[in-house]
Design a protein around this ligand. Structure first.
Ligand code: HEC
Length: 161
């Protein structure tokens, strides 16, 4: 009986290990190019919401009622940013603006992503509060959080010939 239990534990452990492995294999099967395109789409979505917020807080348009939605969208699309940079999607493998330093200094990269999450969560709260000046101030902080990652980890755009 004792042995049987032990075998059970081993079987379960093996099943879990296999599950993890299968997951990793499924992930590796993803095309690096598709991952890069996907992360660019997510980044562009972030940028679009940030621009929409900018237009509202600068008073270019009057859609103040939508501030909360844009802030929420920005917050949600910023979740799991680091997952968009799996191993094998660096500049040694595929053309993109992601610098090799991301994987060399993963902790710092993670911290930059976390910083954005903290600041966009604050933006959501403030945007729902309705104080436009406070939203404008936090908007700047969020913009800096984007830059806080781009500066060390995103390569400069190559000039089009
Ligand atoms: C944790 C790091 C990090 C944060 C935070 C971050 N980005 Fe990025 N972003 C990157 C990296 C790295 C790239 C280059 C990706 C590539 O070329 O594969 C990028 C690329 C981009 C691009 C170019 C996409 C393209 O089509 O080439 C835009 C636009 C962008 N980010 C906007 C934003 C905005 C707006 C924010 C803040 C709301 C933000 N990013 C926050 C790391 C970050």
């Amino acid at each position: 009986m004792k042995n049987f239990k032990k075998t059970g534990v081993i079987l379960v452990t093996m099943a879990v290990a296999f599950g993890v492995l299968a997951g990793a294999v499924a992930y590796a099967a993803e095309n690096a190019k598709d991952v890069v395109n996907y992360r660019k789409s997510v980044m562009k979505a972030q940028s679009a919401h940030l621009k929409a917020i900018k237009a509202i807080v600068r008073g270019k348009v009057g859609y103040t009622g939508l501030l909360g939605n844009h802030a929420k969208a920005l917050d949600l699309t910023g979740k799991g940013l680091t997952d968009l940079f799996p191993a094998g999607t660096g500049p040694d493998k595929i053309k993109s603006r992601a610098k090799a330093d991301i994987w060399k200094d993963w902790k710092k990269f993670e911290a930059s992503a976390k910083k954005l999450n903290v600041e966009t969560a604050k933006l959501v709260k403030i945007a729902n509060g309705g104080d436009k000046k406070a939203v404008a101030d936090q908007f700047k902080v969020v913009g800096k959080a984007c830059g806080g990652c781009h500066k060390p980890f995103r390569a400069k755009k190559k000039k089009k010939k």
